[in-house]
Design a protein around this ligand. Structure first.
Ligand code: FAD
Ligand code: AMP
Length: 474
């Protein structure tokens, strides 16, 4: 039996980052993973690299270029004719990017001397892991021992009893990344982060997309002003978003999929060529042997941990999507680094209140900290500064001037409490806000910081000025 200082179970962004950091800190480290790549062979990287963040962004970017060429290029004085989609090539490009990155992690494991143990990891108490190899060349199962175990088994698409995923007519997010042709009529259940991203991809490529969302509010966790503006822009792009529409059943035949839903007290039905089920994700503890090992779980099936990701079992930590908190790759990765460093005796911590969120629609939505509604509910008095991209020279030059930056700060101390961006490259712009908030910065700090001209980031500067009623360009 091999003995390791640390055995990590799961090689998504939580697990692989944690394993590399453990190895950097001098621990002998192994990472057990049962993930399969786009070629159906073992691949590192988890959901994020294989079926999540990266492939979805590759298709978002490809579809964005197509939409630009088809709809906006003429505005720039560029007339293009004979534009044709080659879905096969687009999907292959996405697969190549995924493989380059997943193989890159294998290279990083080699460089850092992390042992990649292919197969399913099952806890045997708090100091042993059984590895059951999978795939074509699967060998015998074996056991490794560990002074510390880090569980990073991630999450899987939430299942919905009325819409059985067959990855043909009814698909989950994984199936929606490999369509062989553009569906003419595409239904999406759930107007959350994943439903909106994948709905946008296929809408830009020509699908007539209808999104059915049970809640009455569009993007309930998002700042109301930003959500309302985004809803209008997405409707303008042709997304048919039906709020208060609770799906109750589906029926598949050889030609289409029928979806029954209730809206405003009436029962309705729509037919689609494909249906994406995007109703959230569930923590993944399948095959982990969590209960047998005595691991305490939360009501939703996630592993119970404290602020430092320690479980109830001594020497066992859990990180990423399989524990509480936002199911985001960067949150998983930072938890992985924190646990590794604490095992090495460092005092690392992370602030879950300052995890940035991004929704990759176009314009993108990104935010950090509190919304206006949350501050009102908490009885905090605050000031808001809003600057529209319509007044940004750089945004106008790019032909991308929808949206705004909004900075909320404490009315007494001016400390930044929340920053909300709807606009081009919002995912990049929000980083400045996260940094300002990490340093307990004020909106005055952002207002006094010199921003290059002409840039989209100037909108952040102007929103900070607007927070004090002294914006210069509105
Ligand atoms: P995962 O990435 O899920 O990895 C877990 C790994 O553990 C997998 O390889 C799994 O096979 C393996 N495993 C599970 N059980 C066992 C076991 N018993 N033994 C061995 N191995 C096991 N997040 C963002 O931050 N930005 C985005 O843009 C973004 N886009 C997304 C788009 C889509 C379509 C989807 C589905 C998700 C997206 N996410 C995004 C979410 C992101 O993918 C997850 O938050 C992230 O992957 C979680 O990382 P993790 O390490 O916790 O788990
Ligand atoms: P997210 O958790 O961000 O992936 O979003 C999932 C979305 O699916 C949420 O907004 C839910 O309200 C929505 N949802 C869940 N069940 C249903 C249903 N039966 N019909 C329509 N929408 C649903």
């Amino acid at each position: 039996m091999n003995n390791y200082d640390v055995v990590v179970i799961g090689a998504g962004p939580g697990g692989y980052i944690s394993a590399i950091r453990c190895a950097q800190l001098g621990f002998s480290t192994a990472c057990v993973d049962n993930g399969m790549g786009v070629d159906n062979k073992p691949a590192l990287g988890g959901t994020c690299l294989n079926t999540g963040c990266i492939p979805s962004k590759a298709l978002l970017d490809s579809s964005h270029h197509y939409a630009f060429i088809s709809k906006q290029a003429a505005d720039h004085g560029i007339n293009v004719s004979g534009v044709k989609l080659d879905i096969h090539k687009m999907i292959n490009r996405k697969n190549r990017i995924v493989q380059k990155l997943t193989r890159g992690i294998a290279g990083l494991f080699k460089k850092n001397k992390v042992d990649w143990l292919q197969g399913q990891g099952t806890l045997l108490g708090n100091d042993k892991v059984k590895v059951t190899p999978a795939g074509e060349e699967a060998g015998e199962e074996y056991t490794v021992s560990a002074r510390h175990i880090i569980i990073a088994t991630g999450s899987i698409p939430a299942r919905f009893s009325f819409a059985a995923v067959d990855q043909n007519r009814i698909v989950d997010s994984t199936g929606a990344l490999v369509f062989k042709e553009v569906p003419k009529r595409l239904g999406v259940i759930g107007a959350g982060v994943i439903g909106l991203e994948l709905g946008s991809v296929w809408s830009r490529m020509g699908s007539k997309v209808t999104i059915l969302e049970a809640l009455d509010d569009f993007l309930a966790p998002v700042d109301r002003q930003i959500a309302a503006a985004s809803e209008k822009l997405l409707a303008r792009q042709g997304l048919d978003i039906r709020l208060g529409a609770r799906v109750t059943g589906t029926g598949v035949n050889s030609r289409e999929v029928g979806v029954s839903f209730e809206q405003g007290g009436s029962k309705q039905q729509l037919n689609f060529d494909k249906l994406i089920v995007a109703v959230g994700r569930s923590p993944n503890i399948a095959g982990l042997g969590a209960e047998e090992a005595g691991l305490e779980l939360n009501e939703n099936g996630s592993i119970k941990v404290d602020e430092y990701c320690a479980t109830n079992l001594p020497n066992v930590h859990a990180i990423g999507d399989v524990v509480r908190g936002p199911m985001l790759a960067h949150k998983a990765a930072e938890e992985g680094v924190m646990v590794a460093e604490r095992l090495a005796g460092q005092k690392s911590e992370i602030n879950l209140d300052l995890v940035p969120w991004v929704i990759y629609t176009w314009p993108e939505i990104a935010w950090v900290g509190k919304t206006e509604a949350e501050l009102e509910e908490a009885g905090v008095s605050f000031r808001a500064g809003v600057f529209p991209f319509a007044a940004s020279g750089r945004a106008l030059a790019a032909g991308d001037s929808d949206g705004m930056v909004k900075i909320l700060s404490d009315a007494d101390t001016d400390q930044v409490l929340g920053v909300h961006v709807l606009g081009p490259n919002a995912s990049e712009l929000v980083a400045e806000a996260v940094l300002a908030m990490e340093f307990d910065g004020t909106s005055e700090d952002i207002a006094r910081t010199i921003h290059a001209h002409p840039t989209l980031a100037e909108a952040m500067h102007e929103a900070a000025l607007a927070n004090d009623g002294r914006a210069l360009h509105i």
